[in-house]
Design a binder for this molecule. Structure first.
Ligand SMILES: C[S@@+](CC[C@H](N)C(=O)[O-])C[C@H]1O[C@@H](n2cnc3c(N)ncnc32)[C@H](O)[C@@H]1O
Ligand code: SF4
Ligand code: SF4
Length: 330
């Protein structure tokens, strides 16, 4: 019997990127569509609906081939979509339609669009305004208000002019959770205003445990500012996560990882995430990138040293898969 599939991400996500709207998160280049004018926003959900139907019939779009989020349908009967049925509402909105940033990390996947230019004052996205699109999504009742989870990525929200207006509209409509990925260089006062109105998750990519390494990676001398801001965030009722991306030849050693974990302990941050630089995969031309043996030692050290210090050592599912396979996927 022909296999039928579904993808949870496809059923829920609208990922507003600079040049396209994607139907899954930043780690995939899955199916996408052009940026609609606000009036045409319904079309984006219609296309998603047709992709869900395709998978249900056993047809896998090229962009989804080999994706580990593709699951086999266990129920024997195909989904029946009425041609008049309303498209499913979105419950995960990813905001990354801007690429400007107040630093320029040497590993950053997004910098190819911003030419590594450092932007210090808030400005509009170079691509489009998202606020009118979000307004239209609410007006047309295309958002699952109770379940909505919003992830701010980018770029860095500290230099996005419409950031606070976007947060306001989500808060006014009862958003369930807001996740903000930021470099932590500039404190975001709006977090204090909203942390008793919704669940707030602040995820800060510091990638280092000292000023020198921070400067090598982020290319700005702002380690001390980030530490001060971390102290402020750590006093708020939010989930505060710190993130470390292993950059080959720069911070991929035990001394630096230890400094990072010691820093977390000294501030009282309880949740960490360790990642591998995805550009190792994306910019490799000939063959695969084989994970070096010492990366396994680093992950082991990370896990044990975090646990010793009562810190949760998180690793993304995606990274777990890569480590199990021993290489990035081609
Ligand atoms: C592009 S950033 C935007 C948000 C914010 N500026 C920040 O740095 O957190 C979103 C996330 O992607 C991660 N990221 C960027 N380039 C990466 C890469 N080459 N490998 C792994 N993660 C990367 C960052 O560390 C960050 O957690
Ligand atoms: S199967 Fe993978 S690539 Fe396709 S929509 Fe889902 S997450 Fe994206
Ligand atoms: S802070 Fe974020 S957006 Fe800015 S350069 Fe670094 S990873 Fe990229």
């Amino acid at each position: 019997m022909k296999k039928r599939y579904y993808c949870k991400r496809l059923n829920e996500t609208l990922n507003f990127d600079a040049l396209k709207v994607f139907y899954c998160c930043a780690t995939r280049t899955g199916p996408s569509c052009d940026i609609p004018s606000p009036k045409e926003i319904k079309e984006v959900l219609k296309k998603r609906n047709s992709l869900i139907k395709m998978l249900d019939k056993g047809i896998v779009p090229t962009e989804c081939e080999g994706c580990f989020d593709l699951k086999e349908q266990k129920n024997p009967k195909p989904l029946i979509f009425s041609q008049f049925a309303k498209p499913p509402k979105a419950n995960l909105i990813i905001v990354k339609h801007f690429k400007q940033c107040d630093c320029s990390c040497i590993y950053c996947c997004e910098q190819y669009l911003s030419n590594r230019k450092i932007v210090l004052k808030p400005k509009k996205s170079d691509y489009y305004d998202l606020l009118p699109i979000i307004k239209e999504l609410y007006k047309k009742d295309l958002i699952d208000k109770q379940e909505l989870d919003v992830h701010f990525q980018g770029g860095n929200v500290s230099v996005l002019e419409e950031f606070e207006d976007l947060v306001d509209i989500f808060i006014k409509n009862g958003v369930k959770r807001i996740e903000i990925a930021t470099n932590g260089i500039k404190y975001l006062p709006i977090v204090e205003e909203i942390c008793d109105k919704t669940f707030v998750d602040i995820n800060i990519s510091i990638d280092s445990g000292c000023r020198e390494t921070f400067k090598k990676i982020k290319t700005v001398d702002k380690f001390d500012d980030v530490v001060e801001n971390l102290k402020k965030y750590s006093k708020l009722p939010i989930l505060l996560r710190l993130k470390y991306i292993l950059v080959r030849g720069v911070n991929d050693n035990i001394e630096e990882l230890k400094k990072y974990i010691d820093l977390m302990k000294s501030i009282g941050i309880k949740t960490s995430e360790l990642m591998i630089d995805q550009c190792d995969n994306e910019f490799l031309q000939n063959g695969e990138f084989i994970i070096p043996k010492y990366y396994y030692d680093l992950f082991d050290f990370y896990k044990n040293y975090c646990i010793e210090n009562s810190i949760e050592p998180h690793i993304w599912e995606y990274i777990k898969e890569i480590l199990e396979k021993g290489s990035f996927f081609k």
